[in-house]
Design a protein around this ligand. Structure first.
Ligand code: ZN
Ligand code: ZN
Length: 155
């Protein structure tokens, strides 16, 4: 893989790869948020389960993550704002765009992250989902330069 899925403009190996492998764990809520987005794109389910705080694990969190990762193709990440509330808490507000069933959807979330045992973890978030109206002849929002109907509309 060349460019990092998180839209940082960096190569995957210079951006989220070491955070996902935990060779060099995320140092901030924003780094972890980007790494989790990229982990969905590369379907690293173990990292997604690990990096979510166990307090907010539901019974079948692994299956939920697998189902979502398989059903969607993430195409774009926008960070709106992020903050360190204090040493052990932070927030990231972002929108992630993904293709699914021939349409483009937007997931906007204000995520809460906590720091414990030397690493950041995703705790929970308030999420809004919406579906974008895109004409099949429009340029695809994924940045490929192709028409939507010849690109992510087929996902
Ligand atoms: Zn990245
Ligand atoms: Zn596309």
């Amino acid at each position: 893989m060349e460019n990092c899925p998180c839209c940082s403009g960096l190569k995957f190996k210079d951006c989220c790869a070491d955070k996902i492998s935990r060779k060099n764990p995320a140092q901030t809520p924003l780094e972890l948020m980007r790494a989790r987005y990229s982990a969905y794109a590369v379907k690293d389910i173990d990292f997604l389960v690990f990096s979510q705080d166990s307090r907010t694990h539901s019974g079948n969190i692994r299956q939920e993550i697998v189902d979502f990762a398989n059903a969607v193709k993430f195409i774009k990440l926008e960070i709106h704002n992020h903050q360190h509330d204090n040493e052990t808490q932070g927030h990231v507000n972002f929108s992630a765009y993904y293709a699914s069933n021939g349409q483009i959807h937007r997931l906007t979330e204000n995520s809460q992250f906590i720091f414990k045992d030397g690493e950041w973890f995703y705790l929970s978030g308030d999420t809004d989902f919406s579906t974008l109206k895109i004409n099949r002849n429009e340029t695809c929002p994924c940045g490929s330069g192709k028409k939507f109907k010849r690109c992510c509309a087929n996902k």
